[in-house]
Write a protein that binds this ligand. Structure first.
Ligand SMILES: C[S@@+](CC[C@H](N)C(=O)[O-])C[C@H]1O[C@@H](n2cnc3c(N)ncnc32)[C@H](O)[C@@H]1O
Length: 208
């Protein structure tokens, strides 16, 4: 991690808020329908909350947000004043020290170094209830590129590596989909009794 935990997003926060389209809302809405009514959901790398958090709130989810950009967290808090939000790095967060029915990370994972991606997946797994779901985006192929807005390096580990990291963390890749903007979604579920890695610092509140 550099000294900018947001990986360049704080510097472009205003431009990002202006540019973020509604793309992906339909995929998140469909995913939320696989969660229990009133599910506790964490939006990891929540940005300003539109469209992802807004869709989750509309679906009746108990919303929580985490993002490393103070400007984006402030915009999110303004939209969802009743919902808990923390300005911190996903790879170092305690995820509110609680368990979630679902966690989404849209446009986040590939911003991180591979070791940090692995750490986040482990933390996500540890913070999900059994049968809890994890939805995240990343290109299906292993690829490196520079983000258009921040100019920073991004890296997708690719489907095979994500499937393996998910399995090591006790999550099973169940579904994949693509939104109208061509973004690839991985939808995983925490296995009942699935192994939770010993290096994860948070534990689910419910035991398997
Ligand atoms: C591409 S934007 C996506 C935002 C939001 N998920 C959306 O779909 O509109 C990436 C987000 O990840 C956040 N971010 C970057 N690095 C982070 C980190 N290490 N921990 C938490 N959030 C981070 C940025 O601040 C930014 O809000």
């Amino acid at each position: 991690m550099t000294d900018d935990a947001s990986n360049g997003w704080e510097a472009v926060a205003r431009a990002f808020i202006a540019a973020r389209s509604g793309v992906g809302a339909d995929v998140v809405r469909n995913w939320s329908r696989s969660l229990p009514t009133g599910a506790a959901v964490l939006d990891l790398g929540c940005g300003a909350g539109v469209p992802v958090s807004r869709v989750l709130a509309e679906q009746g989810c108990q919303l929580h947000g985490i993002d490393a950009s103070p400007t984006l967290v402030e915009a999110w808090r303004h939209r969802f004043p009743q919902a808990p939000v923390a300005c911190e790095a996903a790879e170092a967060s305690a995820f509110f020290d609680r368990a979630f029915d679902g966690i989404v990370a849209i446009g986040l994972l590939f911003l991180l170094e591979p070791a940090a991606q692995r750490a986040v997946i482990a933390r996500v797994a540890a913070a999900l209830v059994p049968r809890g779901r994890f939805l995240f985006t990343a290109p299906e192929q292993a690829v490196r590129w520079n983000d258009l807005l921040t100019g920073r390096a991004s890296v997708s580990l690719g489907r095979d590596a994500y499937r393996r990291l998910l399995a090591e963390a006790g999550l099973q890749l169940e579904r994949e989909s693509i939104d109208g903007g061509g973004n690839h979604y991985f939808d995983a579920v925490r296995r009942r009794g699935g192994a939770v890695p010993s290096h994860a610092s948070v534990r689910p509140l419910e035991s398997d």
